[in-house]
Design a protein around this ligand. Structure first.
Ligand SMILES: C[S@@+](CC[C@H](N)C(=O)[O-])C[C@H]1O[C@@H](n2cnc3c(N)ncnc32)[C@H](O)[C@@H]1O
Length: 274
């Protein structure tokens, strides 16, 4: 599978992988993704193209903190007994291949077929702790049936991950996504996500890379707490800035709630009550 068959939104998965690769090389790294470099090399990508300084200033620490937070959220769910994990829009996320999943875990990745086929080829020789099942489908199609056909059981709890996706959905589509996830979520299921609002600084950072990227950025859920509550999830939502401070990372003023006019960057989890 050739990376050239991956479309523009699929290519954004390599941007995230490149930020994870950079984080993994730091002595004070918050997360270690040993596969990011191999995925980038196979795609012939050494860095994000264009003028990336502002984008990296905004998203570098976001990706570092979110990787750590979402790793911990998923491992906490499996430590609590959940044995199904679903990575929505998994892109070049290598959690299926790198995290210490407990015995009996079933892990599903849902993304466009060319994206998953590329990753599967590159990581074919990696020994995983659990089966990684690829569900190659457009999320605008009937992905729930495809997930079930791959072995997902909606009578058992699941730990869902929605990372790097909400920004690309409008509010109604984000509602539709959570509605579909909720229909498949037995009691005690969990969800973990990140979401970054677009604001003037990110607009200018994306324009410096490729103005076409602005077309990808939508509102996502306007308020992630009520997004979760409306669909019957117990929410726990935090501002990225609070976690960056905890980890001793700089807080970008464009996403610092203490700065007037700043935008939001959230991380959060939800639980389906028993
Ligand atoms: C920014 S990347 C994030 C990838 C991964 N979750 C991460 O954080 O590293 C966005 C991903 O969403 C996927 N995606 C966006 N829209 C999609 C759709 N309609 N159907 C399937 N996948 C989609 C892209 O293919 C891409 O892999």
């Amino acid at each position: 599978m050739n990376a050239s068959q991956i479309d523009q939104i699929g290519t954004t998965a390599f941007f995230v992988a490149s930020l994870r690769a950079a984080e993994s090389a730091r002595p004070d790294r918050l997360a270690d993704d040993p596969h990011a470099r191999a995925l980038l090399a196979a795609a012939g990508i050494s860095t994000i193209p264009g003028d990336v300084a502002e984008f990296v200033a905004i998203m570098g620490d976001q990706v570092a903190v979110r990787t750590r937070y979402l790793d911990e959220a998923l491992l906490a769910a499996t430590a609590g007994g959940c044995r199904q994990v679903v990575l929505m829009a998994s892109g070049m996320d290598s959690r299926g291949y790198r995290l210490p999943w407990p015995d009996g875990t079933e892990l599903f990745e849902v993304d466009q077929q060319p994206v998953l086929a590329f990753k599967q080829d590159v990581l074919a020789d990696v020994t995983t702790r659990c089966p990684v099942r690829h569900v190659g489908i457009d999320l605008r199609d009937d992905w729930a049936s495809a997930l079930r056909a791959a072995g997902f059981r909606d009578d058992r709890p699941a730990a869902w991950l929605v990372e790097g996706l909400l920004y690309a959905l409008d509010a109604a589509t984000a509602d539709g996504l959570l509605e579909a996830i909720s229909r498949l979520s037995a009691p005690d299921s969990t969800i973990a996500f990140d979401h970054v609002e677009i604001g003037p600084v990110l607009t200018s950072a994306l324009t410096a890379i490729d103005p076409g990227l602005l077309d990808l950025w939508q509102s996502g859920p306007l308020d992630p707490t009520s997004w979760l509550e409306r669909h019957g999830w117990e929410p726990h939502v935090v501002e990225l800035a609070a976690l960056e401070r905890e980890h001793g990372r700089p807080v970008h003023p464009a996403y610092d709630p203490a700065v007037a006019g700043s935008a939001h960057s959230w991380l959060g989890t939800g639980r389906r009550p028993a």
